[in-house]
Design a protein around this ligand. Structure first.
Ligand code: EAX
Length: 325
């Protein structure tokens, strides 16, 4: 058993247990994510848990742990590999440290819309990336969504690249993001998500960047004064399974997990996208100053980042995503 308040699929709270199959009890799988209990990752996992419960006639239950109670995204990925964690929902940001092919997804301004991102990730390009997780001890369930990332800070409004100069911005543990923010003249600091709110409050960093759903559900706006709608990166997320745990399950349960992961994707993606406008309005009413910079010069400033990574990713692979029909 393990501490932490989990929300099981039935909604009741209970201690988590690892996959316990003794005495014919239900198999309980623990699922971790780093966002707040109101964030779409939680909502998506609750939908996933309901579907798994239905598909296995109650034989498999999911205990959900929010707010990085079971560790941050990078630590969760390591625990999945070792089999000490069963399931995690994570942005793909940290995945590039394990499978470098994922870093192509982090190129700034690569995706131009939610539809474009979904078409690429749910098609051959995304499926090829998903298959690569097998080599690192992980089974990819499905691409879910984190969203288009926006910038917040406590210094001044961002209306131009010049306004970015010198801002100490927290970023994910992701080399492409660090290069992108440096290209804007920012001073990027990689940091696990659960440490960010305190770092903002203490002024250790001036800002951070995340999709609206993260900024809203983690009340980041309470520690920041300015929000710039830059959409500078589309951030996928994924629901991931520990390969050792997954392979130990009855094949019928394996199928149930994979089907539920795919079926919950549309629900989780909508939860990210459908509330953005009202969440921005609510945060603005709470005092956050919102700007909508023309990102043409931001995109132009990214040329050196694309040049740096063209060889590593292959220009044809970058073009295949940019020109995806
Ligand atoms: O996955 O670390 C991050 O900024 C992620 O976007 C966040 O944890 C949601």
């Amino acid at each position: 058993a393990c501490g932490g308040d989990s929300q099981t699929s039935g909604g009741e709270t209970g201690d988590s247990t690892t996959a316990d199959t003794s005495g014919g009890d239900a198999i309980v799988l623990r699922a971790s994510h780093s966002c707040a209990i109101s964030h779409p990752y939680q909502l998506g996992l609750e939908k996933f848990a309901e579907l798994v419960d239905e598909k296995t006639n109650g034989a498999v239950q999911i205990d959900i742990f929010h707010s990085a109670q079971l560790g941050d995204e990078r630590a969760n990925i390591e625990d999945l590999q070792m089999g000490t964690l069963d399931i995690a929902v994570s942005s793909t940001g940290p995945l590039g440290n394990f499978v470098s092919d994922y870093l192509i997804l982090d190129l700034p301004f690569l995706f131009t819309s939610y539809e474009h991102a979904h078409a690429v990730l749910d098609g051959e390009i995304g499926q090829n990336l998903m298959a690569k997780l097998d080599d690192i001890g992980i089974v990819g369930g499905a691409f879910w969504e984190n969203g288009f990332r926006e910038m917040t800070n406590s210094k001044h409004p961002i209306n131009s690249v010049a306004d970015c100069a010198g801002l100490k911005i927290r970023c994910m543990e992701n080399q492409v993001h660090m290069d992108a923010f440096s290209a804007l003249g920012m001073d990027p600091t990689p940091m696990a998500w659960s440490e960010v709110f305190t770092a903002l409050q203490q002024g250790v960093i001036d800002g951070q960047e995340n999709p609206i759903a993260v900024i809203y559900s983690n009340a980041v706006y309470e520690a920041q004064d300015y929000l710039a709608i830059t959409n500078h990166v589309y951030s996928p997320s994924m629901i991931l399974f520990s390969k050792p745990v997954f392979e130990g399950l009855d094949p019928a349960y394996q199928t149930a997990l994979l089907e539920a992961a795919q079926e919950a994707a549309a629900y989780e993606r909508s939860a990210c996208e459908d509330s953005e406008a009202e969440q921005i309005a609510e945060m603005e009413a709470a005092g956050l100053e919102v700007t909508y910079p023309d990102t043409t010069e931001f995109q132009a400033a990214m040329a050196p980042v694309y040049e740096k990574y063209a060889d590593q990713f292959g220009q044809e692979n970058i073009d295949a995503i940019v020109n995806f029909e």
